[in-house]
Design a protein around this ligand. Sequence first.
Ligand code: PEP
Ligand code: MN
Length: 356
Amino acid sequence: MKDLKPIVDDIKPLIIAGPCSAESEKQVMETASQLAENGIKIFRAGIWKPRTKPGGFEGVGAEGLAWMRRVKEELGMLTATEVATRQHVKEALAAGIDILWIGARTSANPFAMQEIADTLAEAQMPELPVLVKNPVNPDLELWIGALQRIYNAGIRRLGAIHRGFSVYGKHLYRNMPQWHIPIELRRRLPQLPIVCDPSHIGGKRELIAPLSQQSLNMGFDGLIIESHCSPDEAWSDASQQVTPETLDLILNTLVAPTSSQSTENLSALRQQIDRIDNELIELLNKRMRVSREIGQFKKEHSMPVVQAGRYDDIMQTRRKLAEQMGMSGDFMAAVLTAIHEESVRQQLEILNNNRG
Ligand code: PEP
Ligand code: MN
């Protein structure tokens, strides 16, 4: 696959955003216009939804294609949707959808992939961007096979989407990232752009930012993120969708690790460290002042400077708190021991000074 082209020209960074599903014309237009206002140029929405069980919302179907056309014509965005059958491909292309993606349940099925590839070959649209999500199961060969079928259909604006892999039971992630798999894909097909889908990996809003940053750090080429004008009311994947405004905040926190920016970023980060260290020293000084006041009190009431019970309590609670925040308990114990030593030294000084 040495002759691949970029997924789209001139849109950098490659960010695709929009609701899990198109639900109504109003929801599509409202979400898309808010995203467009924030500079998003590619709008995603599922029209046909592969649902685990029957009876769930299976997408609005072809009716939603007209809403996507409005997004394209009125807001000037590129539109993207998921296709899983010959019919979907035909209808999506006839409606002027700009980018197609193939979902994780479909990329796991070679028959479905071949049907889609054949339909694309017949359509003769080599400039059409097509993105292939990883199959639900962690099988790199199956993912590569799905990509090859699309490549063999003449598609050159080909890309992969990493959306994590299913495992049984409840876990932090809805779908395990298993980063080594997309990294191995990069090694095998270095020309192939890889986009990360933190929404489907995490399954929770809070995980979008850290997963996005992680993917950028690993050299991914773009992001596809679910965004809805009223996420809590979404008809599918509500817990992982964010408003266009929140999405904008998330995107603004991300640091792109490009070589020209890296030194700039590093010095900005070092400035942050300098500021935090100054704050830490001021805080420690404040703590010592309170400590000296306690020393004074102890002296006036003839109490011993070191009170073992209190010291033990401080150690336990701080250690636990630090561990909850992901720091090592031993590290916190060492910091507190040093602080406590200085505190005792200052209290003894008060005792001695006043005596003197
Ligand atoms: C989607 O993008 O809304 C979707 C159904 O994703 P996946 O195929 O990754 O489950
Ligand atoms: Mn979804």
